[in-house]
Structures are given as structure tokens and as C-alpha cells.
Design a protein around this ligand. Structure first.
Ligand SMILES: C[S@@+](CC[C@H](N)C(=O)[O-])C[C@H]1O[C@@H](n2cnc3c(N)ncnc32)[C@H](O)[C@@H]1O
Length: 548
């Protein structure tokens, strides 16, 4: 609760009535509160500013608890729920308290908790979200997070003084970002966007905030209509050009510089466009439960899902319609799992065979462990190790759902300690390391802002340590697969080359018969390129241990 209140601007806590500030506020003779106050307590809203604020005359402390209850139960009908939820979710994401999840299952993770959070933050309750609202929240939050640098550049350019932007209350900034995103990137009718965002700023903050939103959004509309948005020019030295590209395509400057260095400017721009576009989702059919891809294809057609079959057996690529899949219960019943094809290919590089013992060293939440276990056909074992107990719980639950309990053993441990203690060696070992995630930025909208150049050093150090630990678990003649969901050569080829220097007992094994040629790099590694293959970026190297 404290965390929530600390996000609120002082003016907001003075203005809005909520559970925590009610008792202090009620002591004053007259107080202004948002239009959520019970209709039985105050007269019905009128059309003027009074629609959003009501004045109560009271000194009567004994009425406090019943009024508080009614206040909390009442619902603000003026504000569109998706807008209120999107604003608060954006605040939480920026403060590190939430993910910009692109797959929102109604009632899952957020549900009631999120609506309570919205109420505590904004000071009023909205009606529950319906399916359309959920789609809108996902679209607005994902897009606003992705385009943050670009949107902030425009907002700053349109403020009279820099200080108006730098001192802006966090809530007001989120409302403006949403408005800018809707106008510039979603091309929504500007009158509706201005109207709705002004209303939200007035109710959630104060009338003056609404006026500011009104002024800035109207300026934006004029500039957009005259095709003269103030965007930076691509000029100057390398650094200046990278900064301009970082703003235009809304990525951190260090990423842009790194990609220009490794890929060239044209390819870097293509990659940023991919990261900013709506992602495809992959789903895998759980054939071990007896379903075939043909069964699921006919269900997808009934659900009017826009899908393609993947080059990988058991997988589909979903363009639109994930919500329909979720609502049809295909995931909850364990019939399908959300898994990107790029992760499926990593399992192909491991090539699990019935009867084998496989150790998955960084296994949770379990996507690859479960797929490997299903390919064992009930014979063999996957030892799924992870340091994170919470994430391992997800793996255990999914194993039950997918009827794989007999072929997966979850082990909660730090791999570095486990590999020294454990003397049993496996036929195959998968090490899917913690990495920058630079290959999955289209699906993880907020990740680009949470990663920093300094992280790369820390991550590559950890990757080396985990590789050394994983090597101890491979039996002579056995296979070690090192994988990432990164497109960064330092985390990929760089780690493998360094490992091979430290461990001459390992050598690279060809993967020609395991994945299509299009996915094999010159060095003989698996690599999916988001732009070229239209899936997440991923890397895997198959290394074999000598017999002696
Ligand atoms: C990229 S994720 C693995 C994703 C997983 N392979 C899948 O397909 O669902 C990396 C995992 O490494 C785990 N991890 C990080 N450090 C570890 C360590 N020292 N020992 C074991 N697991 C670790 C993290 O908890 C995280 O779950």
C-alpha cells in the first residue's frame, strides 16, 4: 500500500478520496472527492465539472465506516475501465512492479488484485474489464511501453518549458503517453482521445491536470494533421545518429549502437521495426496427451484463429486470436502450450530420445523441459534444475497438467553447487542460460528499458560459470547444448568459443540433420533471426564430450 501511495502526486492524495486518506480528509468541513461517492450520500452528478467532483458537508465521524464501505463499492461510470487500468499498469511497470505481459488471461495474475490496485491508486473503482477491454489494455500498455522514448520526445517538445516535462507527476505522464500513442501510433479519432484522456486526468488528478492534457494533446493533433511532428534528424557523428535512431525507433541508445556495429544500420532498423510490431505467438500441441496437430487445426478454424502451421512438427504460429485460444481452454486443459518455435528448435538441437537421461540446468518455468519430456515417450527422465523455487512451481504444475510427472524430476538448486555434489552424469545436458533476452524484445515490451549495457558483462560472467558447472554433468560421449534467447554474439558464439578453450574435452557437433539449413550459422550453430525467420531470436550450440 505504501508503495502505491508513494506513486501518487501530492495533489492527487489531497484531491481524491481513498481508503487510506479518507479518515484524515473527512475531518475537514468540506472536501472535494471524485464522483464515485455513493449516490445515496450525495446528489447525482451534473453535467459540469461537478460530474467529477462532489462536495460533502459533514462533521459526523460515526458515519465514517459505512460511508467508506459504500464509497469503495461504488463504481465510476465516467472513465473507461481499460484506460484506468492501462494507466495504473503503466505506472507499475515503470516502478518495476509489473510486466508488460502481452498475453492477458482474464482473471489470471491480475484480475481482482489489479482492480483493487487501480482503486487504491486512482481513488475510484471502475466496472470489471470485459474481453474487449482486456484486449485494449494489452494493446495500449504494450504499445505505450515500446514507444516510450519516442512518445517522451514528442511530449517534451510540446511542453512550453522543459521543467513542465521533467517535473511532471508520474500519473499525468502516463495519461499523456497513452494519449500520444493513441493519436500517433494507433491513429484513433483525436477528438475521442483528447476527450477521454482529459476526463481521466481531471478525475484521477485535478481539473488543472485535465487542462494541461487538453492543451498538449490539441497541439499534437495539429502537428500530426500538418505532418510536422518534431522528430530528430539523422545527422552528425555516429553517436548523434544512433541517438536519433534510438528516438525514432524507440530503443535505448546502447542497443542501437551495438546493433549498428554488429548488423549495420539497415538491419538494425529492420530489427527495431520487428521489435515494435505486434508479435506472433507460437503454440505447441501436447501430442503426448494424444492430440494431433490436425485435431488442433480444426479447433483453431472453428475459433476463427488466424494461424499458420510451423515447419516444426507440433507447432502453430498464431497471428491473431490468442484470446480465443485462451478462452477455449486449450492452455488450461494442457492440450496446447504457449511456446515460441525458436524454443522448439532448441529442443530439436538436444534431440531427446526415449530412454535417455537429460539434465535441464536452468529449467524453469519449464517450456523446454516439458517439450523434452514429452519427446521421451514415457521412457527416460528429465532432471529439471532451477535456482528459483517460484518458477519451478510453475514447471511442476504444468507437468501435472500435461501428464508428464513420471518423466520429470524438479530440483531446486543453484546449478553451481548441484554440479559439484552430483556424481550422476546425463546422456544430454541442456543449459538455457539467463541472458539479456535481446531476441525476444517484440514479446517483452518493457525488457528493452530494463536492460543496461553494464548487464552484459555480468551476464556473460554468469554464463561462463554455468557452462563450467553444466559440463560436469555430461557423461563421456554425451552432449551439452548451450542456448540463449539472445541475438548478441557476446552471449552466443563468444561464450561457446571461450568454453571450448577452457574445455578441450568438448567439440562442436554438426546439427544438419536436426534443424533446417536456413537456421544453421556458418559456425555450425542454431540461430533464429527475428527479422528473417519471423520468430524470436535464439541460439544453440551442440557440443559433444570426448569418450576419454
Ligand atoms: C532463460 S530462463 C530458462 C527458461 C527455461 N529453460 C524454459 O524453457 O522455460 C533461465 C533460468 O535460469 C535460472 N537460473 C539462474 N541462475 C541459476 C543458477 N545459478 N542455477 C540454476 N538456475 C539458475 C533462472 O531462475 C531462470 O529460470
Amino acid at each position: 500500500m505504501e508503495g502505491v501511495l508513494s506513486l501518487l502526486p501530492r495533489s492527487h492524495t489531497q484531491f481524491v478520496l481513498s481508503r487510506s486518506n479518507f479518515s484524515n480528509a473527512i475531518k475537514s468541513d468540506s472536501l472535494a472527492i471524485s464522483g464515485v461517492v455513493s449516490a445515496s450520500t450525495v446528489s447525482p452528478p451534473h453535467n459540469s465539472r461537478r460530474r467529477y467532483t462532489q462536495s460533502i458537508e459533514t462533521n459526523q465521524a460515526p458515519r465514517l465506516s459505512s460511508l467508506t464501505k459504500r464509497t469503495i463499492q461504488n463504481i465510476n461510470q465516467e472513465i473507461s475501465p481499460h484506460r484506468a487500468v492501462a494507466t495504473v499498469r503503466l505506472l507499475r511497470i515503470e516502478k518495476g512492479g509489473a510486466f508488460a505481459g502481452l498475453l492477458n488471461e482474464k482473471g489470471k495474475n491480475s484480475g481482482k488484485n489489479e482492480m483493487d490496485y487501480v482503486e487504491r491508486t486512482l481513488g475510484f473503482r471502475t466496472r470489471e474489464l470485459d474481453d474487449r477491454d482486456i484486449r485494449l489494455v494489452t494493446e495500449i500498455v504494450g504499445g505505450t511501453v515500446r514507444w516510450r522514448r519516442y512518445l517522451d520526445h514528442l511530449i517534451l517538445s510540446l511542453c512550453n518549458k522543459e521543467r513542465v516535462f521533467t517535473d511532471m507527476e508520474p500519473l499525468l505522464l502516463q495519461i499523456l503517453r497513452i494519449g500520444f500513442f493513441e493519436i500517433v501510433k494507433l491513429n484513433m479519432p483525436s477528438y475521442a482521445v483528447v476527450n477521454e484522456n482529459v476526463k481521466l486526468a481531471k478525475v484521477a488528478l485535478r481539473p488543472g491536470a485535465g487542462n494541461l492534457v487538453n492543451g498538449i494533446l490539441r497541439k499534437l493533433v495539429l502537428l500530426k494533421e500538418s505532418d510536422s511532428l518534431p522528430l530528430p534528424k539523422l545527422e552528425g557523428d555516429d553517436r548523434a545518429r544512433a541517438r536519433a535512431l534510438a528516438t525514432i525507433y524507440s530503443h535505448p541508445v546502447w542497443m542501437v549502437r551495438r546493433w549498428i556495429k554488429y548488423l549495420g544500420q539497415e538491419e538494425a532498423v529492420r530489427l527495431m521495426n520487428w521489435n515494435n510490431a505486434d508479435p506472433y505467438f507460437g503454440i505447441r500441441v501436447n501430442t503426448w496427451k494424444g492430440y494431433t496437430r490436425a485435431d488442433i487445426a480444426s479447433q483453431l478454424e472453428d475459433l476463427k484463429v488466424d494461424y499458420e502451421t510451423s515447419v516444426l512438427d507440433d507447432f502453430f504460429r498464431i497471428r491473431t486470436g490468442m484470446q480465443a485460444i485462451i478462452h477455449a481452454g486449450l492452455l488450461k486443459k494442457g492440450i496446447c502450450s504457449v511456446q515460441d518455435e525458436s524454443a522448439g528448435f532448441v529442443v530439436s538441437v538436444v534431440d531427446p530420445q526415449p530412454g535417455e537421461t537429460i539434465t535441464d540446468c536452468c529449467a524453469a518455468p519449464g517450456g523446454k523441459s516439458l517439450y523434452m519430456a514429452s519427446r521421451l515417450q514415457g521412457q527416460g527422465m528429465v532432471y529439471a534444475i532451477d535456482i528459483n523455487e517460484g518458477r519451478l512451481r510453475i514447471l511442476r504444475d504444468a507437468a501435472k497438467l500435461q501428464d508428464l510427472v513420471g518423466v520429470i524430476t524438479a530440483i531446486h538448486s543453484d546449478l553451481r553447487a548441484y554440479s559439484i555434489r552430483n556424481i550422476v552424469k546425463s546422456d544430454k545436458v541442456l543449459l538455457d542460460v539467463p541472458c539479456s533476452g535481446l531476441g525476444v524484445l517484440s514479446k517483452r515490451a518493457d525488457l528493452r528499458w530494463n536492460r543496461h549495457l553494464e548487464d552484459m558483462k555480468e551476464l556473460t560472467r554468469l554464463q561462463d560459470e554455468l557452462l563450467d558447472a553444466a559440463a560436469l554433468l555430461v557423461k563421456p560421449g554425451g552432449v551439452l547444448v548451450y542456448s540463449t534467447c539472445s541475438i548478441d554474439p557476446d552471449e552466443n558464439e563468444g561464450r561457446v568459443m571461450s568454453f571450448l578453450q577452457r574445455h578441450p574435452e568438448f567439440s562442436v557437433q554438426p546439427i544438419n540433420r536436426l534443424v533446417p539449413p536456413d537456421f544453421i550459422s556458418e559456425d555450425g550453430f542454431y540461430f533464429s533471426n527475428p527479422v528473417k525467420h519471423c520468430m524470436d531470436g535464439a541460439f544453440a550450440a551442440r557440443l559433444v564430450r570426448s569418450l576419454s
